[in-house]
Design a protein. Structure first.
Length: 118
């Protein structure tokens, strides 16, 4: 099973930008989708963005559309989440996940904390 390692989180102010990185431990021939989720304190984990590894088709949650952009580097087995104009409500632990079957995420990273102060 592929292992995922996230990085790039931190503490920023509202309006700032961050780029999260998720590196897969091996070639991703069996991966259908790579995605980002987040979980804020006291809340359920929610979908943020995803990208089809083969076609590059992307989806973004309504709450981040226009501010966040998911992208990938196939040669590096890496997916990114560029987060612009961050808001305090974006504060959460961000997780990278992969699905080998559409909609079924079976590999998760350890998470990276993003904290946005007002």
């Amino acid at each position: 099973q592929v292992q995922l390692v996230e990085s790039g989180g931190g503490v920023v102010q509202a309006g700032d930008s961050l780029r999260l990185t998720c590196a897969a431990s091996r070639r991703t021939n069996s991966i259908y989708t790579m995605a980002w989720f987040r979980q804020a304190p006291g809340k359920e984990r929610e979908f943020v963005a995803s990208m089809s590894w083969i076609t590059g088709t992307t989806y973004h949650a309504a709450s981040v559309k226009g501010r966040f952009t998911v992208s990938r580097d196939i040669a590096k087995n890496t997916v990114y989440l560029q987060m612009n104009n961050l808001k305090p409500e974006d504060t959460a632990v961000y997780y990278c996940a992969t699905a080998s079957t559409p909609g079924i995420y079976n590999a998760w990273g350890q998470g990276t904390q993003v904290t946005v102060s007002s």
